[in-house]
Design a protein around this ligand. Structure first.
Ligand code: NI
Length: 203
């Protein structure tokens, strides 16, 4: 009798332990799958100071109240940036006025070559609701650290110039500036549209 009770209690403890383990494992799963789980990536984002195309200072406070889609790159980028901004523009056109309910932001990590004028010229080729932001070395280092953005200067073959390798994720942040999810470079425009609709509705 005593043995049996102990056995049952033991089983109950095991079940509880297994459940706790499963839940913990779930919470630690990174959002690579659908890019929308909040757990684990919750500390992505944070305060920043940058400059818009008119030379005005912009901080994270300017984006609060609306969810945001933020992309990091540089205007000399030969492929990833123009492709991503082109696709974003197409999806924004499909969203129509709903796209006004979010911030779409392009941050240049190329502080040496990209200032407000370069960004204005570059971003104007895409949806005019996309905001191009630049910053000093220190400001860019701060925001890329906060968003855990990978980027690296790589000299061109002639050694006279450089290009920048950079992560191609679009970061989705909710209206309080908290991490909401990501869009990867290989996702279709349909998937991008679905995620932005969800961001606008829930973020
Ligand atoms: Ni790029």
């Amino acid at each position: 009798m005593r043995m049996k009770t102990a056995g049952l209690a033991g089983t109950a403890i095991l079940v509880v332990a297994a459940t706790v383990f499963a839940v913990t494992a779930l919470m630690q799963t990174p959002p690579a799958g659908d890019g929308n789980a909040r757990g684990g990536f919750a500390d992505i984002g944070g305060p920043f100071t940058l400059t818009d195309k008119t030379g005005k200072t912009v901080t994270e406070a300017d984006f609060k109240g609306k969810p945001s889609a933020i992309f990091f790159g540089f205007t000399f980028c030969p492929d990833v940036c123009p492709t991503t901004l082109y696709e974003l523009s197409g999806v924004m056109e499909e969203l129509g006025a709903d796209a006004d309910r979010m911030n779409v932001v392009f941050v240049s990590v190329d502080w040496e070559r990209d200032g407000p004028e370069e960004l204005e010229r570059y971003v104007s080729a895409f949806d005019d609701r996309i905001r191009g932001l630049s910053g000093t070395k220190e400001e860019i280092e701060r925001i890329t650290r906060a968003y855990r953005v990978y980027y690296k200067r790589v000299p061109t073959e002639d050694g006279e110039d450089y290009t920048i390798d950079h992560s191609a994720l679009v970061y989705l942040m909710d209206s309080d500036g908290r991490f909401f999810g990501t869009i990867s470079y290989n996702e279709s425009p349909e998937m991008m549209l679905g995620k932005l609709k969800r961001l606008i509705a829930e973020g």
